[in-house]
Design a protein around this ligand. Structure first.
Ligand code: MN
Length: 195
């Protein structure tokens, strides 16, 4: 079964993430940060990865540690659930339009963390949420998931739409990359012999 549970506890946060890569996009995400939950729900729904997340963080300081550490735990859970990556498509990409916003994502489950982030937000806040935390989340996901991740905002004028388009576009790219490739059953999609 391609599923995993990661529990990560620090002085700043306690996070539990359960993923099932072969799911249907069922989610139950509670981090105490409303907008972030809304984004995590998009990530699950559009990647078809079942996702249960519980986070208790130092929100009296701000949302930063909770968002970053959730990204770390999701990355670690992805690595655990993917195992040796035999038979997966490995690559994914998706241009996603949402109202005024268009975001393009391309990723490689390479084991090599690299984030290219070209997503600017017209506002510093979405409600009480700091827009700079969107990058923090994807940086943590890339680093701890061993993902080469490129995300580009093509255009957009509304910060909520841009953030949501980013999460949905990464979700669709991730769906493609983690999917079994029927032509690659039992084969590692690399000439190096390891991913
Ligand atoms: Mn929304």
């Amino acid at each position: 079964m391609r599923q995993a549970t990661i529990t990560r506890t620090t002085a700043e946060t306690k996070i539990e993430v359960t993923l099932n890569l072969d799911g249907t996009g069922v989610y139950d995400n509670k981090t105490g940060v409303g907008f972030f939950d809304h984004m995590l729900d998009q990530l699950a729904r559009h990647s078809l990865i079942d996702m249960t997340i519980r986070a208790t963080g130092d929100l009296h300081i701000d949302d930063h540690h909770t968002v970053e550490d959730t990204g770390i735990a999701i990355g670690q859970a992805l690595v655990a659930a993917l195992g040796d990556k035999t038979g997966i498509r490995r690559y994914g990409r998706f241009h996603l339009a949402m109202d005024d916003a268009q975001v393009a994502s391309a990723l490689d489950l390479s084991g090599r963390a690299f984030l290219v982030w070209n997503v600017d937000f017209p506002t510093e806040k979405i409600g009480s949420f700091d827009t700079e935390l969107v990058r923090e989340f994807f940086q943590a996901l890339s680093t701890h998931g061993g993902i080469t991740l490129h995300v580009d905002r093509i255009h957009g004028i509304n910060s909520h739409h841009i953030a949501e388009a980013a999460f949905k576009s990464v979700a669709r790219a991730l769906r493609e990359a983690v999917e079994p490739d029927p032509r690659m059953a039992g084969v590692l999609p690399s000439t190096k012999g390891a991913l």
